[in-house]
Design a protein around this ligand. Sequence first.
Ligand code: SF4
Ligand SMILES: [Zn+2]
Ligand SMILES: [Zn+2]
Length: 334
Amino acid sequence: MSQFPNQNQFQIKLKKGICNSCGITSFLIEKKFNKELLCPQCFTERIEKTIQKTIIDYKMITPEDKAIVGLSGGKDSITLLYNLNQLSRKNLLKSIQALIIDEGIKDYRAKSIKVAISFCTKYNIPLKVISFKERVGKTLDEINAFFNKKDNRRYTCNYCATIRRRLLNEGAKELNGNVLAVGHNLTDFSETYLMNILYNRLQQIGRQYLFKKESEVIRKNYIKKVKPLVQIPEEEIHLYANIKKLKFYHSHCPYREEDPILRKKVLNFIQEMKNIFPEIEYNLFNSFNKLSKKLYVASQKPDNQKANICQNCGYPSGSAQLCTYCKLVQTLNE
Ligand code: SF4
Ligand SMILES: [Zn+2]
Ligand SMILES: [Zn+2]
């Protein structure tokens, strides 16, 4: 059963028996969360249905949408692209294109891009690659070396996320997309939510409310961003991609190791808790939905609506004159 690697990492038990859904005798996957026993076929169908239900319940994508998928070559974005491509083939989406951001990370990104390109070629999905080098003049490795010489340097992920977020949005606009889909799964989501709680980032939680009505300035600048995998735990996506034999790139970005210790501890905490309380990530997601709604509604008071426009690019810039992206690019070119 090579499609079931490292099953001990999963919140899923494997055993032989009768599938609860279709009744065939097979190797079964037992989801610890609800003790349901499913054969691989029913398990993958369940994942696909969850993705489609998430898209409908949270009004993420409609059949008129031109979707752009942020593709890295990892299991999450490959699973997402595979599923949205299936929807596109059933005319549940107007079109689909993949967008790859090449940060310029030695011995890592070139390999994952190769996997991503071969996936798009196999499924005949158009794709565009945008690089940090071409857009901001430096690769992420060069940006890292640049800030190594400076005091008060931040984690490489901070610089990367600022540029990556902007380039994904710009790339999606250049491709005439109106929805940008990214592969964040339930485990990523739980980690971010818990981090936001621990750092008291309530504004951020309110801004992430899934049914929020964007302001005019946001609508003018940003493509709508959606996360159709947000209700599926990481280990289930891993297993899904393996059962479906989707080729993905396994390694992690080397800069992830630099991550603040708290982030790692939060992730470890979630993984540990999941072993005892398999429902914990779902509880976090439900708690997020309630809290983000309250915070979003509170933030709609007129006093909280003021935001500057970046003097350089026209994107919202909070209380500053320049947005974070323009400030970073300016520093890199000093
Ligand atoms: S782990 Fe950090 S540096 Fe690596 S791609 Fe993600 S955000 Fe960028
Ligand atoms: Zn079955
Ligand atoms: Zn700007």
